[in-house]
Write a protein of this length. Structure first.
Length: 158
């Protein structure tokens, strides 16, 4: 799918399960973490975080169809107690208790999120971005299946 890189809105790109797992391994996600998926779509990222890595997971999704679909899929997965999904605009959501942020968003959306990350997140919070860069220092970067860049960032000390 082609999407204008300067668009402020992100399309619904489904991240492969393999790329999700690689991103969480890169972030060293574990049962002590609270991961936020900004633009959580169908909730698969949240389900993998909770089921396979033991993390608490919070999804922020503005689209009502995707919001209700993800609630249904989480219920079927049997892990509703570890996952919370909010129907909100992620720019207006409180993300301060996150230890890990997962994003697969276009550059314009990431640019709009950067000040929020710096203001709300504690120093050392891990941010994993699939494909697109954030104007923060990269801690580590991998390429998944020769087509997706996955980057790990940490919020700096204030």
């Amino acid at each position: 799918m082609v999407w204008p890189p300067d668009s402020p809105w992100s399309p619904w790109w489904r991240t492969s399960d393999g790329a999700i797992r690689q991103a969480f391994k890169l972030a060293r996600l574990n049962s002590k973490d609270t991961v936020y998926d900004l633009g959580s779509g169908d909730g698969r990222i949240l389900i993998i975080a909770a089921k396979e890595f033991g993390a608490k997971a919070v999804g922020i999704e503005i689209d009502p169809l995707r919001f209700y679909l993800s609630k249904l899929l989480v219920k079927f997965a049997g892990i509703s107690n570890k996952i919370l999904i909010n129907r909100q605009n992620f720019l207006e959501s409180n993300i301060s208790d996150a230890t890990v942020i997962f994003v697969y968003l276009v550059p314009k959306a990431l640019e709009r999120l950067r000040p929020k990350f710096l203001k709300e997140l504690k120093p050392g919070t891990r941010i994993v971005s699939v494909q697109y860069e954030i104007n923060l220092p990269v801690v580590e970067e991998i390429t998944y299946q020769d087509k997706f860049k996955i980057r790990l960032y940490k919020t700096p000390k204030k």
